[in-house]
Design a protein around this ligand. Structure first.
Ligand code: MF3
Ligand code: CO
Ligand code: CO
Length: 280
């Protein structure tokens, strides 16, 4: 490894020094925000059917967030993002902009929702399968969810954040799938994207960060059927697709590190893992 420059060392130090920890009062508010984000995914489920457009889905979710939840979409207007949610179909990895595209039987669809309530953020996403899809698509979706759950089951204070990438890498490798490297999980709380960056592949960067009680971040692995390489749509500057047009799947939760594990703020009732995990 080359000797890092002074600038590089400062960047590393600052990245670590600026990781926040949140107290019990913050956690109470993050719990509320996380539950609201999860509720949006539960609410939209019956609408995710063949024939509906992604714009129609986005409209339903925005109305629900604003009118039923009295909350705010964190995406709308974020760095100029034009819609309330991200809806990423098949080869779209993330940041799919809702529009006139209709869903079809066999599509695999990620819906990513981030809400702000009382100044606190909740960020979560899941895969929906439209009708019947191929066994390979199903396996891809299951692999990404299993990767997220396996990482969540490892989170506890005192260990390096690189446990996330260490856990997910062999799970993707085993199926011959790849892990997106250009996008990652992130600290979150009173801002959308805070330090640290949470890498989903095996890496040394995250081994410098030791998990501490009160840290709040997302884990959101994007798993590709083919290459991990991605392309950003040049016209809209947002939509990320796989370089080889093969499908991609992603699941995301927001969590906090507790005394002996983690608490998942965005868990839905349908899920098979516990909301509070005792991992040591
Ligand atoms: N929710 C995404 C994430 O998990 C970010 C979307 S940013 C947007 O980090 F502007 F595209 F909405
Ligand atoms: Co996120
Ligand atoms: Co998200």
């Amino acid at each position: 490894m080359p000797i890092p420059s002074t600038e590089e060392l400062w960047r590393i130090a600052l990245d670590i020094m600026t990781i926040k920890t949140y107290n019990e009062d913050d956690v109470a508010k993050l719990r509320v925000a996380g539950k609201l984000a999860a509720d949006v995914l539960v609410m939209i489920e019956p609408y995710v059917k063949s024939g509906i457009t992604t714009l129609e889905l986005d409209d339903i979710m925005l109305k629900y967030i604003e009118e039923e939840q009295q909350a705010v979409s964190a995406c709308l207007g974020y760095n100029g993002y034009p819609k309330a949610t991200c809806i990423s179909v098949n080869e779209v990895v993330c940041h799919g902009i809702p529009g006139a595209q209709k869903l079809h039987n066999g599509d695999i669809v990620n819906i990513d929702v981030t809400v702000i309530k009382d100044g606190y953020y909740g960020d979560t996403s899941k895969m929906f399968i439209v009708g019947e899809t191929t066994p390979r698509n199903r396996k891809l979706c299951e692999c990404a969810q299993h990767a997220l759950y396996a990482a969540l089951k490892k989170i506890r204070p005192g260990i390096p954040l690189s446990v996330v990438g260490d856990t997910i890498q062999p799970i993707a490798d085993k199926e011959g799938f790849s892990i997106v490297r250009d996008y990652c999980g992130h600290g979150i709380g009173t801002e959308f994207h805070e330090n640290p960056s949470v890498l989903h592949y095996k890496n040394t960067e995250n081994s410098r960060i030791t998990l501490k009680k009160g840290m709040v971040f997302t884990i959101e692995p994007m798993i590709n059927a083919g290459t991990w390489r991605c392309k950003v749509n040049k016209k809209n500057g947002w939509t990320v697709t796989t370089a080889d047009k093969q499908p991609s799947a992603q699941w995301e939760h927001t969590l906090t590190v507790t005394d002996d594990g983690c608490e998942i703020f965005t868990l839905r009732p349908e899920e098979t893992i516990e909301r509070v995990l005792h991992n040591c």
